[in-house]
Design a protein around this ligand. Structure first.
Ligand code: PLP
Length: 389
C-alpha cells in the first residue's frame, strides 16, 4: 500500500487495543429465533429493531415483490429528475395521514433525512441545542450544518432552558434536536417541556422518532401521540427501517416545511429516490400497523413481562416514563459487557453488548419483538439473573 495510507495499520491497532474492534455477524432472516453465520443452535433474537415482526410479514413481502414486478428494482434517478413513481406520493400521504401532519417527505435512509433536514434549516448564523444522547446522525447533521452547537445533559430541560436564555438572542434561527425514544437507552424525551421551551424562545423542534414509530401511541403513530402532543409546528423525523421493516426515512410536518425541504434538503434533491420495493413495503407496513394492532399489543405485553421480571429479580435498568421495547442494562466496563453478551448467547439469548464510542458507557441493549413468546422472555430473565448484574 502506498505511503499515503501508512497511517491505517497503526490506527486499526489502536482500535483493537481500545476494544473498539467491530465485526458484523450475518444472521438468518429477522424473526424471534435466528441462527448466526458461525452456526450453532438457534438463538432468541433480542437484537433486532423489527419490533412488530413486519420485515417478514407476508403482506409486506408481497407488496415489495409486486412493486418490483411493476416498477423494477431501482428508482434510477433523483425524484426531481426521473426517479418519481406514484408509490412515493402514496407513501408520503399515508405517513402524513397517520402522523396527523399536513405533509411528509421520504428519504433513502433515516440518516439522510436527518442530515439533509438539519443542514437545510440552519447554517453558521444559527444555533442548535441538542440532547447529549441523541443518535449519531443527528450529531453529524448538526456538525455538517456548521451552526453553533451545544449539547444539554440527557433529558435535562433546565439546562436546555439555561442555554436558550444565554445564547438564543445571539443567533438568527434556533433548532432543538432530540430523539423521541433514545435508541440505546430506551427512555423517552420530555417532549412537552421541550416544545414549551421551543415556543417560548422561538426555536424549531425536531423529534427523531425512529424507535417510537409503529410502537408508541394508540395508533402506533409514535412518541408525540403517546404523550398526547399536537402534530403542528414540529418536525417529526422517523425511519422506515425499524418497526416498519423496510428501509428509508421520513420527515413529517407542516406543508411549508416539507415544500422547503423538497427544494433545499440536498440529501433528497440530489439522491436517487427510494426503491420501489422499499417504498411499497413501508406503505404496506403502515397499513398493517393500523389494521393489525394485535402486533403492537403483543409487544407491549412482552415489555411489561420483562419489566416486571427484572424488577422482581432486582436487576437495575434505566427508568422510563413510557414503556418502550428497548431495555438498557449498564455494565461497569467493556470487558464485562462482552463477557455478559457471550454468557447470554451460551444460554440461547442473542443480546447486543454495546460499547463506546457508540454509547458513553457500556451496556446490554435488549430489544423486544411482538413475536417473542412469554417463554422467550422467561428464558431471557433466567439468563440475565444468572449474570448477577
Ligand atoms: C434514533 C435513530 N435515528 C436515526 C437512525 C438512522 O436511520 P437509518 O438506519 O435509516 O439511516 C437510527 C438508526 O439506526 C436511529 O436509531
Amino acid at each position: 500500500m502506498s505511503q499515503a495510507f501508512a497511517w491505517l495499520e497503526p490506527a486499526l491497532g489502536a482500535l483493537q487495543r481500545a476494544h473498539w474492534w467491530r465485526q458484523p455477524r450475518a444472521s438468518s432472516a429477522p424473526a424471534a429465533l435466528v441462527t448466526l453465520e458461525d452456526g450453532g443452535q438457534p438463538l432468541i433474537n433480542f437484537c433486532s429493531n423489527d419490533y412488530l415482526g413486519l420485515a417478514t410479514h407476508p403482506a409486506v413481502k408481497a407488496a415489495a415483490i409486486q412493486a418490483i414486478q411493476e416498477w423494477g428494482t431501482g428508482a434510477t434517478g433523483s425524484r426531481l429528475l426521473s426517479g418519481e413513481r406514484p408509490l412515493h406520493a402514496e407513501l408520503e400521504s399515508a405517513i402524513a395521514h397517520w402522523k396527523g401532519t399536513e405533509a411528509a417527505l421520504v428519504f433513502s435512509s433515516g440518516t439522510a433525512a436527518n442530515i439533509g433536514t438539519i443542514a437545510a434549516l440552519v447554517d453558521p448564523r444559527d444555533l442548535i441545542l441538542a440532547d447529549s444522547y441523541n443518535h449519531a446522525c443527528l450529531k453529524k447533521g448538526a456538525r455538517l450544518s456548521r451552526a453553533t452547537y451545544y449539547e444539554y445533559r440527557h433529558n435535562d430541560v433546565e439546562q436546555l432552558r439555561h442555554y436558550l436564555k444565554k445564547y438564543r438572542h445571539q443567533y438568527r434561527r434556533c433548532l432543538i434536536l432530540s430523539d423521541g425514544v433514545f435508541s440505546m437507552d430506551g427512555d423517552v424525551a420530555p417532549l412537552p417541556d421541550i416544545r414549551q421551551l421551543g415556543a417560548e424562545f422561538t426555536a424549531m423542534v425536531l423529534v427523531d422518532d425512529a424507535h417510537g414509530t409503529g410502537v408508541l401511541g394508540a395508533t402506533g403513530a409514535g412518541t408525540l401521540e403517546a404523550l398526547g402532543q399536537s402534530n403542528t409546528g414540529v418536525i417529526q423525523m422517523g425511519t422506515l427501517s425499524k418497526a416498519l421493516g423496510s428501509l428509508g426515512g421520513y420527515i413529517a410536518g407542516d406543508q411549508s416545511l416539507i415544500t422547503y425541504l423538497r427544494h433545499r434538503a440536498s440529501t433528497w434533491v440530489y439522491s436517487t429516490g427510494l426503491s420501489p420495493a422499499d417504498t411499497a413495503a413501508a406503505l404496506a407496513a403502515i397499513q398493517m400497523v393500523q389494521s393489525e394492532p394485535q402486533h403492537r399489543q403483543a409487544l407491549h405485553d412482552r415489555i411489561q413481562q420483562l419489566a416486571i421480571g427484572l424488577a422482581k429479580g432486582g436487576v437495575q435498568v434505566l427508568p422510563r416514563s413510557v414503556p418502550t421495547p428497548i431495555f438498557c442494562l449498564p455494565a461497569p466496563d467493556v470487558a464485562t459487557v462482552q463477557a455478559w453478551g457471550q454468557q447470554l448467547q451460551a444460554q440461547g439469548c442473542w443480546v447486543a453488548a454495546v460499547r463506546p464510542p457508540t454509547v458513553p458507557y457500556s451496556r446490554l441493549r435488549i430489544t423486544l419483538r411482538a413475536d417473542h413468546t412469554p417463554q422467550h422472555i422467561d428464558q431471557l430473565l433466567t439468563a440475565l439473573l444468572s449474570l448477577h448484574i
